[in-house]
Design a protein around this ligand. Sequence first.
Ligand SMILES: [Zn+2]
Length: 183
Amino acid sequence: MDPVHLNWMNEAMTMAEEALTAGEVPVGCVFVREGKIIAKARNRTNELRNATRHAELEAIDSIFADKTLTPEMTAYPLEDTTLYVTVEPCIMCASALRQLGIKEVFYGCANDRFGGCGSVLGVNEQLNHPTHPHYRATGGYYRDEAIMILRRFYITENTNAPVPKTKTNRVLKTEIRAESPRS
Ligand SMILES: [Zn+2]
């Protein structure tokens, strides 16, 4: 794997670690433009009590709020921007990324329940759209690390959940199944 992509994904993992520390589902991301990180973010759904505050949308909001990064809104404001995110974008985020013309996406592990880049729905390129350009999404960058940090989160009690669940007698699984390549 290209060390350049691994380097950016490592930055995204750092954001996922921050999410875990904050009691959020540990997903982190960075957006890269012209070889520089222009935004980094993590999940804030628990903190904001808002299920749409995924890492990707948090970062996109900060890019659009910054006038040096987004002097004016164009049809495809992310066409020169690449996303690195620890988990495959969900259907909501995958669609937003397509509507905003993201250049390309790299992710860590698949999102079997909500994935919008092929796992549940191929919003990024398999589905046709009359106007919005498709984008390539490639998984497998720090996949095992992305899975393990999710497990570390789900094994502990989620005290921010509306109805806290006590999860006793849970053992952290460290075995990771191989996955068929997805791109
Ligand atoms: Zn999402």
